[in-house]
Write a protein that binds this ligand. Structure first.
Ligand code: SF4
Length: 364
């Protein structure tokens, strides 16, 4: 519950923070943490109303849709505790090697039919090194780009050299998915075969190559609200362009199989808090939304989400694309974001609200 040590009412403080973000300013860690700690349902609805307003201010009624094709499944050498594809866990997840061109092109065509902006190639392995596999990956990316039907993205694990990132960029890759998963503090409880810093290093190579960053995490893994807050702040620090929020669907056979799912209002509050911390970024709701939010699924947009992973997201089933498109139509939202180039994410101004201000936004 709210502590009495704050010097303003919750309503006034929410308004002040909301106004500041709307005018180009930032919230700091203490302010963000306060938002993440809100508990009263009425306060959460007020928070969501501001988050929705912020989304509309920066995104209008556009919703960015992504889809993925699982290019290599299962038997991964890493021990991520949430993941059905780890070789460390006994799960029913399928296993297959790197895909041929046909399924990738078919995925692009299907995505195009549904107005999906980007298709990502996703592989369950530790990472990508120079060699024949990199050549093959670059071929698939170039083929995807050549269809002219989608933006080619990828999520292919850790990268340990600038050369690999540069090769991906030359093949036509525009955006790379690499989640931070959680806060630096909580990360070792999700995985011990690689580190938070390995992930930051990968993101560094990608950024240097000029590739946009899709990075977010998973909530509901037993982390605290402070961990969620620090994840959002880390994403702001690395300059992520798309921030996927996955909601854990505890999969039998994984170490997290017995975790209690997060309550839907806690999930919606988390989305709204991310919008306050990351006002211009695409906040994408990805795996686990259907199973965890149930009837409240359409409220993710009222909570500030501006992007949606559609189709069957890896090992977690979402509702059908047709149902998602109907949901967006019913909400008056537009998923046709052709030529989405992240130009709307450029920051300007210090939060003073003056259109002419060129000072970089700073923490208040
Ligand atoms: S999350 Fe990625 S790296 Fe971790 S086990 Fe699953 S496929 Fe492997």
């Amino acid at each position: 519950m709210q502590s009495s040590s704050f010097d303003a009412t919750i309503h006034e403080r929410l308004s002040a923070l909301g106004q500041r973000v709307l005018h180009g300013g930032r919230i700091d860690r203490e302010e963000a943490l306060w938002l993440f700690q809100l508990e009263d349902t009425a306060d959460i609805f007020e928070l969501m109303a501001w988050a929705n307003r912020i989304r509309e201010h920066y995104k209008g009624n556009k919703i960015h849709l992504c889809s993925i094709v699982n290019a290599k499944a299962g038997a991964c050498s890493e021990n991520c505790s949430f993941c059905a594809q780890s070789a460390f866990h006994q799960t029913a997840s399928p296993r297959y090697g790197f895909v041929d061109p046909e399924p990738v092109v078919a995925a692009a065509e299907e995505a195009n039919r549904h107005g999906v902006t980007a298709v990502g190639l996703v592989a369950a392995w530790k990472g990508l090194k120079e060699g024949p596999m990199l050549d093959e990956v670059c071929d698939r990316i170039a083929e995807l780009k050549a269809t002219g039907k989608t933006r080619p993205d990828a999520s292919l694990g850790l990268i340990k050299s600038q050369t690999v990132a540069d090769r991906l960029k030359s093949a036509g890759l525009e955006c790379y998915g690499h989640n931070l998963e959680s806060s630096r503090r909580f990360f070792p409880q999700t995985c011990t075969t690689h580190t938070f810093d390995d992930r930051l290093e990968t993101i560094g190579y990608l950024k240097k190559a000029g590739i946009k960053i899709c990075s977010g995490g998973i909530i509901g893994m037993g982390e605290t609200r402070e961990d969620r807050c620090d994840l959002a702040l880390s994403l702001r620090e690395i300059g992520a362009n798309v921030c996927p929020i996955n909601i854990l669907n505890p999969i039998p056979g994984t170490p997290f199989e017995k975790l209690t799912p997060l309550p839907p209002m806690e999930i919606l509050k988390t989305i709204a808090c991310f919008r306050f911390v990351l006002p211009r970024q695409e906040i994408m709701i990805a795996g686990g939304r259907t199973i965890n939010l149930r009837d409240l699924q359409s409220m993710i947009f009222a909570a500030g989400a501006s992007a949606l992973m559609v189709g069957n997201y890896l090992t977690t089933l979402n509702q059908s694309v047709e149902k998602d498109l109907q949901m967006l139509k019913d909400l008056g939202l537009d998923p046709n974001w052709e030529g989405h180039d992240f130009a709307d994410q450029a920051e300007g101004g210090c939060g003073c609200g003056e259109k002419t201000c060129e000072t970089a936004a700073v923490s208040a």
